[in-house]
Structure formats: C-alpha cells, structure tokens
Design a protein around this ligand. Structure first.
Ligand SMILES: *Cc1c(COP(=O)(O)O)cnc(C)c1O
Length: 502
C-alpha cells in the first residue's frame, strides 16, 4: 500500500537502487586505511618519548561543540581531524609513567583484534555463529583459571562495574527467588556486606537493583585495609536481630585504594555458615591467578558464588572488556533469561546456538569484545601475561623501598600488590600536607612527567601510584620519585632549581 499523495507538488521518488555506504574507490580507501594504521602504530611505538599527559587546548575543546554534520567528507579528512584533535590528547594510559587509578596500558595485538571485530561487526546477543563459540571459549578459560566448575556460566561485559551489578542481581534472585523479577524488591529487607574499601560501583549496584545504597553495610578494615571478620559477624547478627535479611557478602580481591585482599577463605566459610551469597570483586587483583608465585594471595576466590574481573586492566586488553562468572549457571539464566517471540530460538538455522548470551546478562545487542581478549591471550599466552603482573608487583615493592629510604617521603599504606600510596612530607613546613600532596600530583600531570592519582586513607590524602602497566620500568619510578621530591621542594619554597628529567 502506498500512501495517497497529500496536497502540493509531488517530489520525484529517489531510485530504489542507490549506492551503499561502502567506499566508491576501494583502492584509494585502502591507502588511507593503511595510513591510519601506520600512524597509530607509530604513536604506540613512540609513546614513551612523549609526555605522560598533555592538557587539551581550549580551542580544540571548543571545536567539539560543532553541530551535527549534514553532509559527509572524505575519510582522509575525518581521520586528519581525529589525528590532530583527539589522538594527542588521550588520558595517557599507554605511557610507561601513567600510574593513576587502575588503567590498563593496551596492546597492539589487542587493537588488531578490535579492528577485526569491528570489521566482522558481529552481534553476540546469541544465535549460531563462530563469535559466540569464541566468547564461550574465553569464558571457559577464565572459569578454569579461577577454579570454577563446568556448571558455571559467564559472559564478557563492559567492565567490573557491570560485572558487579550482575553478581548482585543474581545474588538477589538466589535470596528472593526468581519471582522477585515480577514483584520487585519492595518490602524485602535484603542487606549485604563489604569492607569500607569496596569499590563505589558495588554501592551503585545496590542502588540500581532497587535495594538502596543503605542496604550495603560497609564493614571496618584492619591496618592492612582488609575486612574485619568479627565486625562483619557482629553486623550480620545485629541486622538479623533487627529483622533484616542478610543475603550477600562481597569480598575484595585487590582493593582499588591499596590492593588489599580480604581473607577470602574466611569470607567463604562465613558466607556458607550464614547462608549468604559470596561475590568477589577481583577487578584487577583476581588476575594474580596467572602469576604462580602470587596466586596463593587470592586463594579462596575459587569458592565464590560469583566473580567480577576485568580484561582491560591487568591484561591490557583495549577498553572496554570485563567478565562475570557465576558458579550456578542456571541461576544466572533464572535472573536474566526469557525472550519475546521475535527473539525465539530455533533447532536449526541462524537462530540456533542456545544458550544465548542475552539470557545471561543485561544487553541484547553485544559487541565482539571477546576477540580482542582472545587475540591478547593467544599472542602473549597466560604465562607471559602472568609474568608481567608479577613484574608490576616487584616494581611496586621497589618503589615502596625507595619511599621508605627517602627522608622526605613516607609510605601511607602497606603494599601487598601493585599499588603504592605515599606522601611527601616537608618536616619544617606548616603547610597542609593534603593540599601540598594534591598540588604535587597536579604538577606532575601538568608537566607531563608522570600521572599518579590521589586517594584518601585514614582521612589523609595520599599520592597513589598504581602499576598495571606493562611498559613501566624501574627507571620510570626513579624519575617519579625525583620529580615528587623536586616539585615538593619547589612548592614549599625550597627549590634548588635542578631540572627534573631522565
Ligand atoms: C576498576 C575497578 C572496578 C570498576 O571496574 P570497571 O572496569 O572500571 O567498571 C571495580 N572494582 C575494583 C576493585 C576496581 O579496581
């Protein structure tokens, strides 16, 4: 049926055959594509020679306010703008002296995996195609690495924030039954527990699931920033007395502040005794399972009911890629499964391939994240990736020793893994130490020398050096120490004017 013409002159219809969005001149396009790839490869090769961070100039910032383009331009022009206004102004996490927050450094092979995935343009929500089998293989590799049984399920997600949300959501189903999906959580008095060092995304998961942030009880930690088991037991007992229903305990395998690892076997025992779901946030720390000498640090992780972890941090898979594993795979399906008729599976044909990933998580349409993970693992192998993790921890110990030996630096926390929190101390200076250390960090970043971040430990600000970086060497940390000391002297008016450099 065609619509009857309305009043006014009738526009001629465009022809039903029109060019696709593919290149008109493939050969010319290929030349531009190779140029782009070469430029990106050169950049990564030469990354250490540039600054660790470069502030974005105001005129370039203003350029991002340009309106929606109505007409296209040649791909070479598009790339030229990206090359000039975006590529030089990344956050810096490819640089060997990017040591802030917990960022992976990326790999060239991972980038190629991403390129191939984009070329294939697969949708991993489900159905019967090779990418689904490849993602299942990646999930199985990590299921085995973490000592989960074959009945476990899992999938790749954007990152540990989403993985934790999935873990909390499955735990909710386990506690309240699948009917909670119909009735919601109103009227339930579910409460969960984690240490006061737990990542903020866990509280966000409580918020999103409707349990509310208050339902996540933050338990005090000991001098090593590990959860206090007696305090946890007391909190559970008090909640039960008050009529709440404890349902979940979250263990940290590597806290974001200091890399502290909760006593996972004790948490597993307690969860079993109390009938709680045991979820572990192993965003980066869980990956020490790949380093034989460090793996015992996270013993007990294999007892988790669910485990969240990232590929884009300590495995350096290009952003974004995280994973979730659930011991009882059926419960994960009971939490997220169920499809409308337009998504029905079939015994044969494209709509086969059960189980579908969309029944294990939030998204229906899903990208082929697994390919860049697969590329990374195939290219470097678990052994080498584990060795780089161990190297990072040895570098952290090296930095900690330098801090302890320096009269004007102090260690702000123990260093169990790869994170060193420290403070610059000016003994004869009345200045607020928090403001001084914050200013040192900004100066380090502004000058492109290094990018540590800050955190607050026991109400005092600390310079936080996180080493999840396969490019960082001891010399980078030597430079960092010298630069902190020099800028500290400068800001407290005791500068000797010595240039900071390599
Ligand atoms: C980074 C991190 C998260 C959040 O993970 P994303 O991948 O950034 O979503 C959660 N927990 C810990 C311990 C982390 O380090």
């Amino acid at each position: 049926m065609t619509n009857p013409p309305r009043g006014g002159p009738v526009e001629p219809e465009p022809p039903l055959t029109s060019p696709s969005l593919d290149p008109v001149d493939w050969d010319a396009y290929r030349v531009e594509a190779h140029r782009l790839l070469d430029a990106v490869l050169d950049e990564i090769r030469d990354v250490a020679a540039g600054p660790a961070w470069r502030p974005l100039p105001d005129d370039i910032k203003a350029g991002f306010a340009a309106p929606l383009p109505q007409d296209g331009e040649p791909i070479a022009a598009v790339w030229a703008q990206c090359r000039d206004t975006v590529m030089p102004y990344g956050v810096g996490n490819r640089h060997p002296r990017f040591l802030g927050w917990v960022h992976g450094a990326g790999t060239v092979g991972g980038m190629l995996g991403e390129l191939a995935a984009a070329g294939l343009n697969a949708n991993l929500g489900g159905r019967d195609h090779a990418p689904v089998y490849l993602e299942r293989q990646v999930v199985a590799w990590f299921r085995d690495l973490f000592g989960f049984p074959e009945t476990a399920a899992g999938l790749l997600v954007t990152g540990t924030s989403t993985a934790n949300l999935i873990g909390v959501t499955v735990a909710r189903t386990a506690a309240a039954g699948p009917r909670v999906r119909q009735h919601g959580v109103a009227g339930l008095r579910l409460v969960g527990y984690a240490s006061d060092q737990v990542h903020g995304c866990v509280a966000k998961a409580f918020d999103i699931t409707g349990l509310g942030r208050d339902a996540l009880r933050l338990i005090p930690t000991d001098r090593n920033f590990r959860i206090e088991i007696p305090a946890l037991q007391a909190a559970i007992a008090a909640d039960r007395r008050a009529g709440f229903q404890p349902f979940l305990v979250v263990g940290c395998a590597g806290t974001v502040n200091t890399g502290a690892i909760d006593p996972l076997p004790q948490l597993a025992d307690l969860a079993a005794a109390e009938g709680l779901w045991f979820h572990v946030d192993g965003a980066f720390g869980g990956l020490v399972r790949l380093a034989p000498a460090l793996a015992p640090l996270v013993a007990g992780i294999e007892r988790a009911d669910s485990l969240a972890f990232d590929f884009h941090k300590w495995l350096h898979v290009p952003y974004d890629a995280g994973g979730i594993l659930v011991r009882d795979g059926a419960l994960q399906v009971a939490t997220f499964g169920g499809r409308a008729p337009y998504l029905a599976g079939a015994d044969g044909g494209t709509a086969g391939g059960e189980p579908w990933f969309c029944d294990l998580g939030i998204d229906l349409s899903r990208g082929f994240r697994a390919l860049k993970v697969w590329f990374t693992l195939k290219e470097h192998g678990a052994r080498r990736l584990g060795a780089k993790i161990a190297d990072n921890c040895r570098l952290a110990a090296y930095l900690a020793a330098r801090v302890i030996a320096a009269p004007d630096l102090e260690l702000a926390a123990p260093v169990p893994l790869n994170i060193v929190c420290l403070r610059y101390v000016a003994p004869d200076d009345a200045r607020d130490g928090d403001a001084l250390n914050a200013a040192i960090v900004v100066e380090l970043q502004r000058r492109g020398l290094a990018v540590p971040s800050t955190t607050v430990l026991e109400r005092r600000l600390a310079i936080r050096v996180n080493i999840t970086n396969h490019r960082t060497q001891a010399a980078d940390l030597d430079l960092l120490v010298r630069a902190i000391q020099a800028i500290g002297r400068e800001l407290t008016g005791r500068a000797e004017g010595a240039p900071i450099g390599e």
